[in-house]
Write a protein that binds this ligand. Structure first.
Ligand SMILES: Nc1ncnc2c1ncn2[C@@H]1O[C@H](COP(=O)(O)OP(=O)(O)OP(=O)(O)O)[C@@H](O)[C@H]1O
Length: 302
């Protein structure tokens, strides 16, 4: 029998029980798909289990009356175990190929005793000349996933198909040595660091133009064409984020290298008394720290 309802033709089933069985099966199929999807996601993010376990441990230890307020505070600023309070790290970010590594090398040459590098973990293959434990801790995907699951990373991300991450231990090692810990991380990592209590000074290194960035990436001759294209396509969004007001304390345009390094040094002397003292001692001819007050000019758009 056919019934016309509000202009549409509805066919009434002779066997309503069959229809509801089919509906139930469809519902079950959907549930199974959803469950598989959730399981896949959870497997990709073992850190979720440790985050939630940490939270539950804290709640049970403190037994707060207002659990929601406690949760907001707990998740808004994740504490970093082992870091030294009062010695803020230096975070340097920017698109791949902009010159972060080059600039960091130069500021380390000027302040070898005051700056320390947080050695990141990565699953990418070493480039020629890169030394494990010095440039990166080169890790396997499984090893990295396990450490993430154990909550050992301040931030981690999959960038250009490889895992990268900063372990709390790497930062703690540097700050316990009394040095300013320098972090070279990608934008996804920056967003994660902002959710922690690490509280670094944020520097974004920007290229003078997109064409220059491309030329530097190609000129470095360390990536395949496919890899270069991946990095360039990520760069547009990264540069947009870097330009957002308040996203970084300083935007440093890496046009002329010397000027950019001088501008960054001038900024670092303002932020860190130990660098100011080293620079003053160097000016008196007593040691390293070659930045001069005049050096803070051009390259950086601070
Ligand atoms: N101011 C500059 N002028 C010209 N070339 C530069 C400048 N700064 C860096 N370079 C060159 O650009 C290339 C990329 O620099 P670098 O490897 O330091 O980039 P990066 O931001 O650390 O990249 P990644 O994030 O992929 O490691 C290098 O060949 C470097 O010598």
């Amino acid at each position: 029998m056919a019934i016309r309802v509000a202009g549409a033709l509805r066919v009434e089933s002779k066997e309503p029980a069959d229809a509801s069985m089919q509906e139930l099966e469809r519902l079950n199929d959907r549930r199974a798909l959803l469950k598989a999807d959730h399981t896949r996601y959870l497997k990709q993010h073992p850190e979720l289990t440790s985050i939630l376990n940490d939270f539950l441990t804290e709640v049970l230890a403190r037994k707060p009356d207002d659990v929601q307020a406690f949760a907001r505070a707990h998740f808004s600023l994740r504490p970093i175990p082992g870091t030294v309070k009062g010695l803020r790290p230096l975070l340097i970010a920017g698109p791949s190929g902009v010159g972060k590594g080059t600039i960091i090398k130069r500021i380390f040459e000027r302040f070898p005793d005051q700056l320390g590098f947080s050695v990141s973990h990565t699953t990418r293959k070493p480039r020629p000349g890169e030394v494990g434990g010095v440039h990166y801790h080169f890790s396997t995907v499984d090893g990295m996933k396990a450490a993430i699951g154990e909550g050992k990373f301040i931030e981690h991300a999959v960038v250009h198909g490889n895992y990268y991450g900063t372990s709390a231990e790497a930062v703690a090692q540097v700050s316990h040595a009394g040095k300013v810990c320098c972090l070279d991380i990608d934008i996804a990592g920056v967003k994660l660091v902002k959710q922690t209590a690490l509280d670094p000074h944020y520097v974004f290194v920007a290229p003078p133009s997109f064409a220059t960035l491309e030329a530097r990436l190609r000129g470095r001759q360390t990536e395949s064409e496919a890899d270069i294209l991946k990095r360039l396509s990520a760069a547009a969004a990264e540069m947009e984020y870097g330009a957002q007001p308040g996203a970084f304390d300083v935007v440093l345009v890496n046009d002329d290298l010397e000027r950019a390094v001088d501008a960054l040094c001038a900024q670092l002397r303002q932020w860190y008394p130990s660098l100011r003292e080293a620079a003053a001692a160097a000016a008196r001819g007593e040691g390293e720290g070659e930045c001069t007050e005049e050096g803070g000019g051009g390259g950086g758009d601070t």
